[in-house]
Ligand binder design. Structure first.
Ligand SMILES: [Zn+2]
Ligand SMILES: [Zn+2]
Length: 224
């Protein structure tokens, strides 16, 4: 009798974190071992060497990025967009429609920071709450979390219990609400009704500084 062995493998989503630019923004490359596909969350690379570091990582892992996923489009999260567009011309640009405002007004944002900005590519795919985006063998679910800006979204991988929270939720902090479209009421509501309903052991990877968990923030975040 011949026994067929079927191999069931569940590929875990992998990611690499980079911390870029003067505002110490976290850029993530999401990928897995089974595929050459990858996505870049919030390309904040600003200095030439940061762009080279990001592109080298992608190329050294034989990855081909298909998407950039914006959690939102404040300057520190889009500094590297133009550079990536030139490096990878087939990239699609995912973000909430409300965030196109920041791309259209990029020079104004640049003046606030005292930097001259190359015009980044426009958002080519508007994401919406509940949308599932495939990256390699994984799925990232869009969670619309207005408050830090109107079009802020988080990306949630249910299979691996990982949340990329952008500037909505930080370790013991929340995003500032004094910029265009910001609202304290909205951000608190987003965190309570959209993020604190996720499993408590969900790892949260933020747009700045270190990681946390939903449970830790639920019980000890001083702002909520
Ligand atoms: Zn921001
Ligand atoms: Zn930021």
């Amino acid at each position: 009798m011949r026994i067929f062995a079927y191999e069931f493998r569940i590929y875990k989503m992998k990611f690499k974190k980079f911390t870029f630019n003067l505002l110490q923004e976290n850029t993530y490359v999401v990928y897995d071992e089974n595929s050459s596909d990858c996505a870049i969350i919030d390309p904040g690379n600003f200095y030439p060497e940061e762009g080279v570091e990001l592109v080298n990582f992608i190329k050294n892992h034989n990855l081909v990025p298909s998407k950039v996923l914006f959690t939102h489009c404040h300057l520190d999260h889009i500094f590297g967009a133009r550079f990536l567009a030139e490096e990878f011309p087939l990239l699609q640009w995912y973000g909430h429609q409300e965030e196109q405002y920041f791309i259209d007004n990029v020079q104004e944002q640049g003046e606030m920071f005292g930097v001259r900005m190359d015009v980044p590519p426009s958002i080519s795919h508007y994401v919406y709450d509940g949308e599932k985006i495939s990256v390699a063998d994984s799925e990232l679910q869009v969670i619309h979390t207005p408050g830090h800006s109107r079009g802020c979204v988080c990306y949630y991988c249910e299979k691996d219990n990982i949340l990329f929270s952008g500037d909505t939720l930080f370790c013991s902090g929340i995003g500032r609400t004094d910029l265009h479209g910001g609202s304290m009421e909205a951000i608190i509501n987003s965190i309570q009704t959209k993020l604190f309903v996720l499993p408590e052991d969900t790892m949260v990877y933020c747009g700045h500084s270190g990681a946390t968990t939903i449970g830790y923030e639920k019980h000890s975040n001083p702002y909520i």
